[in-house]
Design a protein around this ligand. Sequence first.
Ligand SMILES: [Ca+2]
Length: 205
Amino acid sequence: MKQTLRWAMMTAVVAALAVGGAKLLPAFGAQFVNIVFEAEAVTKLSGKAFEVQKKTENASGKVAGNKVLAIPHLTGGVHPPKDQVIYKVKIAKAGTYYLWARTQWSSGCENKIDLRVQGYDTGDAMWILGNDATYHTLHWVCLNEPGSDTPRRIKLAAGVTAITIQAREGGIALDQFLLTTDKDKTPAGFYTDTKDALAPDAPKK
Ligand SMILES: [Ca+2]
């Protein structure tokens, strides 16, 4: 009888945890490395293209951290200056990673951003993230191989890796980034940021 009662209590606790967890975020597989950081987690912005905007709600639900990194809409097909934001991401474990961004686009001409990962020499031609046709709602976009739906494999060593994004088009917003070793992962909703995911811009003196 006692054992039955204990089992019932354990089941109730597990069920409560599952419900509580589902509200916050979909579960990650424990065997994979997942690194989440906010797009707006920049200490200072250089140039005029980017701005951090307060944004709590979106058609897709809540906004992670109540902020996004945005490039405002520009009229007349004007392109923003090619300003950059650099994230110095702490990679605790070497491996093959896949990069996702929670993005919001405005149109077919406002739906992508240029991107570079340290260690990959792409010259002046940076990688393109986006170019999909989902507009006016936050949604996760994977960095794919050019012209394909195949997620780009990114081999990262342990340590700090710089991920640079460069303004390309206006009318976009970026909420979160996810680096994951799970190639089958399809992110949904938003996630709790990984503790100390980003290295500071400059060493403290
Ligand atoms: Ca955010």
